[in-house]
Design a protein around this ligand. Structure first.
Ligand code: GTP
Ligand code: MG
Length: 299
């Protein structure tokens, strides 16, 4: 039974890289809508995760982590994406790590305050605190920094204390019909979803050696006799990175393909045939055309 949605709105999820924004959105929505890795700068798109619950539709907008050291076009585009997602929101969640405050956090907070929108503070990763008693002074310190509409300490990865956050958010969402059909939990099209799944497996496997200079582009996608046939290009910046991504006898690329295919089968619910190619394009993170074709607008 679906019940009529009476309240709906956009919830911007903003913070520095690696604080757990995507983990939080996935946990709140109850589906993996956004990829997660232990490395900063995992999210590159603005991704909507939708939760429809108790006559309320929450549209969470996951964003790339904002970072001030952004010399490349791609990084600047990511920062702008995050800023515009915050501007368009009905309520903004500023995500920080429990017990940790950096200059980067301060800069983001200063920018968010200027938006004059309801701003909630999410203190994530409380499970990492050695001593829970550290939490109260940290909350008090945060409340000195801004007049937050609410403060919720939680653990996104342990799914601890999520319900109180939804409750707080609900108070700031306008009366509105639903934006998305109730069963829909993401706004991503299948091409981006497929590319993201492959990029996650790639990052998990070779990020150490090829930091940040990785991108995945779906070149072909068709359904043939109930099977999804995908052709994807892995873009790297330098010829020297090819050997790392492909591996001895093609082993690394094969493992990435196997891991990606497994998750693609789960997500798309059908058999999947995946072809991966590795190509070199020097300076791709500065190439507006390639960024555009990957759904990253650099304008
Ligand atoms: N211990 C702990 N780890 C967490 C928690 N939430 C997220 N993480 C981990 O933190 C790392 C970063 O998580 P992401 O969700 O990718 O972080 P993000 O803020 O989306 O990062 P970017 O997309 O790079 O900006 C991953 O290794 C997560 O598993 C938490 O509540 N507790
Ligand atoms: Mg992320």
């Amino acid at each position: 039974m679906t019940e009529e949605v009476k309240q709906a709105g956009l919830v911007g999820v903003v913070g520095r890289p690696n604080v757990g924004k995507s983990t939080l959105v996935n946990a709140l929505v109850g589906h993996k809508v956004s990829i997660v890795t232990a490395k900063p700068q995992t999210t590159r798109h603005r991704i909507m995760g939708v939760l429809t619950h108790d006559a309320v539709q929450y549209v969470f907008v996951d964003t790339p982590g904002i970072h001030s050291d952004a010399p490349r076009r791609m990084n600047q585009a990511m920062n702008r994406l995050a800023e515009s997602a915050a501007r368009d929101a009905d309520v903004v969640l500023f995500v920080v790590q429990a017990g940790k405050w950096t200059e980067q956090d301060q800069r983001i907070l200063d920018a968010l305050k200027r938006l004059e929108l309801p701003l909630g503070l999410v203190i994530n990763k409380v499970d990492l605190l050695k001593d829970r008693e550290q939490l109260l002074p940290f909350i008090a310190e945060m409340q000195q920094r801004a007049a937050f509409a609410f403060v919720v300490p939680l653990s996104a990865s342990k799914q601890d204390n999520l319900a109180p956050l939804l409750d707080e958010i609900r108070h700031h969402l306008p009366e509105s019909p639903a934006f998305f059909p109730q069963e829909q939990y993401s706004d991503q099209n299948e091409r981006i979803l497929a590319a993201e799944i492959i990029r996650e497996k790639l990052m998990l496997r070779v990020h150490q050696e090829v930091p940040y200079a990785l991108a995945v582009q779906i070149e072909s996608m068709e359904r043939v006799d109930g099977q999804l046939k995908l052709g994807a290009i892995i873009w790297i910046e330098r010829e020297g990175q090819k050997g790392i991504v492909i591996g001895k006898g093609g082993k690394v690329l094969k493992d990435i393909g196997t891991a990606a295919r497994k998750e693609l089968v789960e997500q798309f619910g059908c058999r999947v045939h995946l072809d991966l190619w590795v190509k070199v394009r020097p300076g791709w993170p500065d190439d507006p055309r390639l960024l555009g074709s990957m759904g990253i607008s650099s304008e």
